[in-house]
Design a binder for this molecule. Structure first.
Ligand SMILES: *Cc1c(COP(=O)(O)O)cnc(C)c1O
Length: 454
């Protein structure tokens, strides 16, 4: 049919040599992270106690637009990057839309998601600094898997505190992590003080992300030469994920198009922030005017229904304060199949862009999302992750609007991962037993009101 290709792979030599630091281009910068005790901006020295030095520097860097990617990281990237940018001809035909739909596919590596882009960088810098072990938490399991792969490659020990409920729900995900040599501890565990305390108080709990973070931080701060690493929310993670947007922009140039709208699912905001980065710089500089759309689950709507205030990054209140759209750090989102989007807050860059009107946001119920996921799987031949399917749903709706108006919009969305470990979710879809949960205004209001005021 088309003379335009279905898929554009850049060559190995076209892997970007620098990440793009979107914050440096922003005229209205995100507010700084604050120390909850002093209410002063967090310093490099404070961050250095928890994170590797280079990551602490990147976290605070709002001046360098480009940051070099070390050779040692590019060597790993070459195993799975550049990732393909695909024209969804079959989906366009299925919808009967005049829009042109493209997606950037980040699921074609063993970890199955974009999280590997930052995992590699974080473990590389830890190794360079002589750190011998790392700890982290994982909810849905994608981050734990990506980090286990990177830790195996660079030879750093890794302990993953996996939310007990997820570990039971996704036993095979746990085995992939263990196969790459990491230790998996279902959380809450008896291996940390905070874990023992929680187990005593709630003997049958299946755990939560907030609790797993507390255990991982305790282990890191009580183990010599050990650091804690995070897979989303932080600015340095957003920076590493800019490789998604840089590659997508280069591939679209080869297709000869520029996106009218860029759509991404938003949990902590890292894939979305990375995907839009080069296009947002164009928008800020006034050379192009693309729209950006963040897509969240209705069960955890931090942008669409949260408040833009200073809040903690974790439930246990061990992190600095971040100015962000949040549902409140003590808000426990209802269990849903998009575990990677079940976070109470949003990265500060994404939050600021949204507050400044440079980005829009929308939310969908999981049944609507899985409808889109199954349509997409049938016509495009990829079984998408529940998280990614939020972006699919929004892209399809945008394409259907174009069908009404006759607009030939160029739509780009991020397909962040595959759903092969999400079979319990697809089983519910197939059996017709999937349900939705949408929090009431009252629930959200109560959670925000219970926040300490800063
Ligand atoms: C973690 C995850 C997300 C959400 O994280 P962001 O930081 O918002 O990008 C989305 N999709 C997949 C497949 C994930 O694993």
């Amino acid at each position: 049919m088309a003379s335009i290709p279905y898929k554009i792979f850049l060559s190995e030599n076209e892997i970007p040599k620098q990440w793009l630091n979107l914050r440096a281009a922003m005229k209205n910068k995100p507010a700084p992270m604050l120390d909850p005790e002093t209410k002063q901006p967090v310093t490099f020295e404070q961050l250095q106690r928890v994170f590797c030095d280079e990551l602490a520097r990147q976290e605070l860097n709002e001046t360098d637009l480009y940051i070099d990617i070390p050779e040692g990281i590019i060597d790993f990237y070459k195993m799975f990057r550049p990732s393909p940018t695909i024209r969804a001809y079959n989906l366009e035909r299925e919808l009967g839309t005049p829009a042109h739909i493209y997606y950037k596919y980040e699921g074609a590596n063993t970890s199955g998601s974009h999280k590997l882009n930052s995992a590699v960088a974080q473990v590389y810098y830890a190794k360079e600094q002589g750190i011998t072990s790392l700890t982290t938490e994982t909810g849905a399991g994608q981050w734990g898997t990506a980090l286990a792969m990177a830790s195996a490659f660079y030879g750093v020990d890794l302990t993953v505190y996996m939310v007990k409920g997820s570990a039971m729900q996704k036993p095979h995900r746990k085995e992939v992590i263990r196969t790459f040599g990491a230790e998996v501890i279902p959380s809450p565990s008896m291996t940390t003080e905070v874990g023992r305390r929680i187990n005593e108080k709630f003997p049958n709990t299946t755990g939560s992300l907030g609790c797993a973070i507390s255990e991982a931080v305790e282990k890191a701060t009580t183990t010599e030469n050990c650091r804690y690493v995070l897979g989303s929310v932080m600015n340095h993670v957003l920076l590493h994920q800019s490789i998604i947007g840089l590659e997508a922009k280069a591939a679209l140039q080869k297709y000869g198009v520029y996106p009218d709208i860029v759509i991404g699912c938003a949990g902590g905001g890292s894939n979305l922030g990375g995907l839009i980065a080069p296009f947002a710089v164009d928008k800020i500089n006034g050379t192009h005017n693309p729209e950006f759309l963040a897509v969240e689950p209705s069960s955890c709507p931090s942008l669409t229904r949260g408040s833009f205030v200073y809040d903690y990054g974790d439930t246990g209140h061990m992190t600095p304060l971040i100015k962000m759209y949040t549902l409140g750090s003590e808000y426990i989102p209802a269990s849903s199949h998009a575990g990677g989007l079940r976070y109470h807050g949003m990265n500060s860059v994404v939050s600021q862009l949204y507050d400044d009107g440079l980005m829009k946001a929308t939310s969908y119920k999981q049944t609507e999302v899985f409808d889109a996921a199954t349509t997409f799987a049938k016509v495009e031949g990829i079984l998408p992750a529940p998280e990614s399917s939020h972006a699919i749903r929004a892209a399809m709706d945008e394409a259907l609007r174009c069908k009404e108006t006759g607009e030939e919009k160029v739509i780009l969305f991020g397909l962040t991962g595959t759903g092969y470990f999400d079979m319990p979710a697809y089983e519910q879809v197939n059996n017709g037993t999937m349900t939705d949960y949408v929090p009431t205004d009252d629930e959200i209001k109560k959670s925000i009101e219970s926040l300490p005021k800063f």
